[in-house]
Design a protein around this ligand. Sequence first.
Ligand SMILES: *Cc1c(COP(=O)(O)O)cnc(C)c1O
Length: 480
Amino acid sequence: MNSKKYTTARIEKAEAEAKQLEEGSNSPVWLKAADDYVHEFLERLPDAPMYIEPAQENPFSKPNFAEEGGDMRKALDQFREHVDKTGIHTISGNMFGYIPGGNLLPAAIGDFISAVTNRYSGVFFSSPGSVRMEHMLIRWMCNMVGYPPSALGNMVSGGSPASLVAIATARDHLQVRSRDVERSVVYLTSQAHHCIHKALRIAGLGEEIIRQVPVDEGFRMKPDALAQQIEDDLGEGLKPFLLVSSAGTTDTGAVDPLDDLADVAEKHGLWHHVDAAYGGFFMLTDEAKDKFKGIERSDSVTIDPHKGLFLPFGSGAVLIKNVEALLHTHHYMASYMQDTQGMTEEHSPADLGPELSRHPKGLRMWLPLKVFGLRPFRAALEEKILLCRYFYDKVKELGFETGPEPDLSIAMYRYVPEEGDANAYNERLVEAIRKDGRVLVSSTTINGVFWLRIAVLNFRTHREHVDRLLGVLREKANHL
Ligand SMILES: *Cc1c(COP(=O)(O)O)cnc(C)c1O
């Protein structure tokens, strides 16, 4: 009966067309096209304008795929024109806005090879090598923050999912059930990254009480104020639950006094999560290591290799001291996975985080560390700290007002004109710099004051680039 539904002739016809996928996936010509693209991109990079407005017309407004395939180089030309040319160059040495990106070539090569080999990194059984590699990297980061060898975590795509994993784990470990949510209290500061609020909401904790603990003049959480707030909340019969501190805030680069905060968290049995998404890898430097003292006493840490380790976007990590708690929230059993259960040398990443089928995340981080070694990373991170201090002094000499002395590689500054609204003036200044295109900076508003920021975190950024930024600031401030 089934023979009605197929004939060998039909199979052969389908095969002949389907085989294009297979042949193309072995094509050295296409590899060469990719290689040429990358070469040309990197060659143009140093002088590429930092911001280009999108075209009036959206080239992607309609799906327009043909039945017949087209030329690889033509397709890549379209990608260059419609994607690569517009917006911000996150990986330029002239990038000082937001948190600059990175694109270490060995990481890109690692991604490429991981995609071609496509090992299934969700379960140990399927790719023990991928899982061992990822867990070695996680343990390396755990060791850096001073966690015990029993600690583990999960490689995810960024700091936001990393924070979500930590917060969901904290919720279950401290048994915050639905009925407890409205009485449970989270402590953070006005400078906590918004992904924490988002993670709380996604984790079903959106109705918790959120206390914004006061900060000192450097925007760091005040431990005394935290202790007092917890006492007050206990007095009201509330349930203090979670402390989220920052080891490098996005706005100002401030590192909270982690050791003093740990005292308070331990005394009251809070889960202490440290957001070190931006700042964490500065622990590799002698210059900044001491600022992180006490981080080893926390319960969980977010750290982003796609920030402080200069990897391309797609690498965040959550580190968790109590691996049982992490497993409790994320493990699962599915009957179609039954063959995979026997091997237990390492926990499977799928039991330690939200993803199942996932891009192998180890090679993009392992390969750069192998081929460069640690020394250039330490040097680059130290250089970023020093460049930020250099800028902080020089911009003052230009007559700018500055924010607090930088803890890491982010600082705030603004120009206060003799007359007129300072906020409006600085807003125009940011706009003028963006239009100019030689460098890119971004801004923030704190307590109603509009500040410009410098964030130094690109491995291509050196003193000449900071001098270029200073030159642009001098020029624009004179003109406005
Ligand atoms: C960037 C950042 C995040 C969010 O991480 P993503 O990787 O962008 O999701 C969280 N916290 C801090 C302090 C950050 O700088």
